[in-house]
Design a protein around this ligand. Structure first.
Ligand SMILES: *[C@@H]1O[C@H](CO)[C@@H](O)[C@H](O)[C@H]1NC(C)=O
Length: 818
């Protein structure tokens, strides 16, 4: 059978997918979710391996065996919220693993039964059945735990096929309900019973009474009764002995006062331990109940309530009062004298509650979302067993008054007064808290820094988020037991130190105004193991980097790292996560920066001073500048002159005081004879109208070599030094060996001024020609010199033209060398 089916299925899957485009939301291959797809039929391309098939919220109106035969592994089928009108159980014959079948919220009128022995969960609630759809075959579904049914009438015989089944939960939805034969429900065998009655009909109270005799946990939705109180069917006295319910939930209750009181009495007498009433509206007029009868009634109620029954927990949520006249004082008295452990009155516009007259059994009170004020439980000495008190979202204003309220609650451990209007400014008011208090929730109030003057000394957990705290005053609060402190969403500018909180382990300062948390936090708060500091407007600076480094070193205590830690300032780093933000050591260490800057400045000053003092840098700068200026001017004015470069063999530089030797010895010796050396001598060859420097440069430029006649006189002459400088400059720029030094007289090194270091260097490095004193050596000297100068000048050069200018320049050269 199986292989054949599979072949059929594959063929179908293949052909059907071609024209059926609806695709399920795929979670995995076993779950097919077609919910809310406007389907009118079960899709044909569902995977054979599907275990869970969700077809809820579609428009499917009919089912057939062919749609499910191809899904042998189906375990959960959800067809709720469709338009199915008829159901034949035989279509699931081949789905042997089917355990969950949800057909709620359809229009089913009729079922054709067949035993589905594996079914554990069958939901037929919210359908259009007239009679309960329980057929004989259900009696064989021994695994059934959950059964949802709907009907317009219930008869005593309806449950007879399933009375032997041990059910867990039964849901009955009773729309358009017309008939209930009393005692019908009691045949059911279930732990939990849910009855959802029609919203717009008068409730049939025997359903409540029978339900209470049927299930341990009973929930009834929609208890309305608009008829006169006099027509209300009072609970039978015999009922009390049969009640099984211990937890009762009544949801959406809209009844007159008198009826509510009757039901309340019944419940109070019964074994019900936990009563929850949600969405309770009570109506008048109370006057329909004769006054004396009411008083009698309330009297017995009070007696009963204070004497205590089984009731342990009473919860009233969302209570609305539509009675015209209604003495609330009586009601508060009833509540306050209740002999139960836990009372919740939530969202009831309750403005007040009385202090119990006798020592109360209350261990837990929750009056959240009401209109209670600072007057609550002032000077109340009877709530000595109270451990937990929740007063969220009321109208408390004074923190000291709240502390006085607790001062007699010897067992109070937990107090929640969050979401009130609490303030504490006056420093002179002393607070007095219950010493037993270990957890206090003061979040979402209007508390400021002064709150730290008014806190319970033994507190372990303190919630102060969403207040207006700007800083934790040092030395004010000594909370030695404090382990957890929540200061999120305040206006803190820095982390609090742990001076007063020696046991602090968890600190939350998220969403404050902390720009730069101080890094000494880790020294003062050694026991903190978790710090939640994210979502602050961090300024990414050196201090912050220090903080993060210390934090990392202390083992990573930041909760929410790194996503919640983002730079807000400076603007260019906004949005950068703190983990990606780094500054260099130099940028962060001010001393280091200062020292470095100082050293650099000193070094610079030293270099400049050295250059100026020892190397005469300004002089060189001036000279170089003049050189370049001259060169530029020369290039601009007479470009043709560029071509006529070398006109002389040598330029002679000498001190005026050595001129005798130059004229009598050097010039005659060089210019005579075969070599015919052309010399440029500034006395002879200076061009008038040019500056001295220009003339010198010109002469050097036009000469192949430069001869320097060195003597102590030379050293003394500034102009000579110029000439040497320019010649040397040329020497380097053309990298030719064009300097010739003649040492006329020995120059002791100390004679050379310090700034003429170039001369010193030249003399130290170069071999110079020494003018011999002995006549016999002089021939060699001249030969040497000649050899040093010897070069063939271009033929085109003739010095004749310039010779004519010589005489006119001699006056300048005189001037030059002085
Ligand atoms: C079926 O779907 C409805 C609506 O989506 C959901 O409330 C219900 O729990 C589902 N039933 C089962 C058995 O999963």
């Amino acid at each position: 059978m199986r292989p054949l089916t599979n072949i059929y299925v594959f063929a179908c899957v293949f052909t059907c997918t071609l024209w059926n485009n609806i695709q399920p939301t795929v979670e995995n291959e076993f779950i097919a979710n077609y919910s809310s797809n406007l389907l009118t039929n079960v899709p044909k391309n569902i995977s054979v391996h599907t275990h869970v098939l969700d077809l809820s919220h579609n428009k499917i109106s009919g089912l057939s065996i062919s749609e499910f035969i191809s899904l042998p592994d189906l375990q959960v089928l959800n067809l709720s919220h469709n338009l199915i009108t008829e159901l034949d159980f035989s279509i699931f014959t081949f789905n042997e693993d089917l355990g969950y079948l949800d057909l709620s919220h359809n229009n089913i009128l009729k079922v054709y039964c067949q035993t589905l022995p594996y079914l554990r969960h069958l939901d037929l609630s919210f359908n259009k059945f007239t009679a309960l759809p329980i057929c004989q075959e259900f009696g064989n579904m021994f695994r059934l735990e959950y059964l949802g049914l709907s009907a317009a009438m219930i008869r005593r015989s309806d449950f007879m096929y399933i009375i032997h089944l041990q059910l867990h939960t039964v849901i009955l939805t009773l729309e358009d309900f017309s008939l209930y034969e009393s005692q019908s429900l009691t045949a059911l065998n279930t732990r939990n019973l849910d009855i959802v009655f029609a919203a717009n009909q008068n409730f049939i109270f025997s359903l409540l009474y029978d339900g209470m005799s049927t299930a341990e946990n009973l929930r009834i939705v929609n208890l309305r009764y608009t008829l006169s109180y006099k027509d209300f069917p009072a609970p039978p006295l015999t009922l009390l002995k049969k009640i099984k319910t211990t937890a009762l939930v009544l949801d959406t209750v809209d009844l007159q006062w008198a009826i509510i009181l009757q039901i309340f009495l019944l419940i109070w007498y019964s074994p019900v331990e936990h009563l929850t009433v949600r969405n309770l509206t009570f109506r008048g007029p109370v006057s329909e109940l004769p006054e004396h009868e009411l008083l009698l009634f309330l009297g017995s109620l009070e007696q009963l309530i204070s004497s205590g029954g089984s009731m342990k927990t009473l919860t009233l949520e969302h209570v609305r009062n539509r009675a015209y006249y209604f003495n609330q004082e009586i009601l508060y008295r009833q509540f306050s004298e209740m002999n139960i452990a836990s009372l919740t009155i939530y969202d009831a516009y309750m403005p007040h509650m009385l202090c119990p007259n006798r020592t109360s059994s209350f261990q837990s009170l929750n009056f959240s979302h009401n209109a209670l004020t600072d007057e609550l439980f002032q000077n109340c000495h009877t709530l000595t067993d109270l451990k937990l008190l929740i007063l969220q979202r009321n109208k408390f204003e004074s923190l000291p008054k709240v502390s006085f309220m607790t001062s007699h609650m010897k067992s109070l451990k937990y107090l929640d007064v969050s979401g009130n209007l609490l303030r504490h400014d006056a420093a002179d008011v002393q607070c007095r808290w219950a010493e037993s208090l270990t957890e206090l929730d003061l979040s979402s109030n209007q508390l400021m820094d002064a709150v730290f003057e008014c806190l319970p000394v033994n507190i372990k957990k303190l919630h102060l988020q969403s207040n207006q705290i700007t800083r934790v005053p040092k030395g004010l609060a000594e909370l030695k037991s404090l382990e957890e402190l929540n200061l999120a969403q305040n206006s803190l500018a820095d982390l609090p130190g742990c001076g007063g909180f020696t046991s602090l382990e968890v600190l939350n300062v998220e969403m404050n105004l902390i720009l730069t948390p101080s890094a000494d936090f880790f020294q003062s708060c050694t026991r903190v193991r978790e710090l939640q500091a994210g979502h602050n407007p961090f300024r990414c600076s050196c201090e912050l980097q220090d903080f993060v480094r210390l934090e990392r070193r202390s083992g990573g205590k930041l909760a929410g790292w790194p996503a919640a830690y983002v730079c807000e300032y400076p603007e260019d780093l906004k949005g950068t996560q703190l983990k990606d933000f780094h500054l260099s050591e130099l940028a962060c260490n001010a001393t280091l920066l200062l020292v470095t800057a100082l050293l650099l400045t000193l070094a610079l000053v030293a270099v400049v001073a050295f250059l100026c003092i020892f190397l005469d840098a300004p002089w060189y700068v001036r000279m170089t500048w003049q050189w370049t200026q001259t060169k530029r001017r020369a290039r601009q004015s007479r470009p043709e002159e560029q071509e006529s470069v070398l006109q002389f063999h040598a330029f002679i530089s000498y001190s005026e005081r050595d001129s005798l030797w130059v004229k009598n010895e050097l010039i005659p010796n060089l210019e005579k004879g075969e070599g015919c050396v052309q010399l440029c001598q500034h006395e002879r060859n200076f061009i008038p109208g040019k500056s001295i420097v220009e003339n010198i440069i010109n002469c050097i430029e036009k000469s192949y070599k430069s001869i320097f006649v060195l003597s102590p006189n030379f050293v003394q002459s500034e102009w000579c030094h110029y000439e040497l400088y320019f010649a040397h400059h040329k020497l380097f720029s053309e990298s030719s060996n064009s300097l010739i030094l003649i040492l006329l007289e020995p120059i002791p090194p100390y004679v050379i001024p310090a700034r003429y270091h170039k001369l010193k260097a030249l003399m130290a490095k170069r071999t110079y020609l020494e003018w011999p004193k002995e006549r016999s050596k002089r021939a060699l000297f001249w030969a040497n010199l000649r050899a040093a100068i010897s070069i063939n000048l271009p033929i085109s050069f003739e010095a004749n033209e310039e010779q004519s200018e010589v005489t006119s320049t001699s006056s300048i050269s005189q001037h030059v060398n002085n």
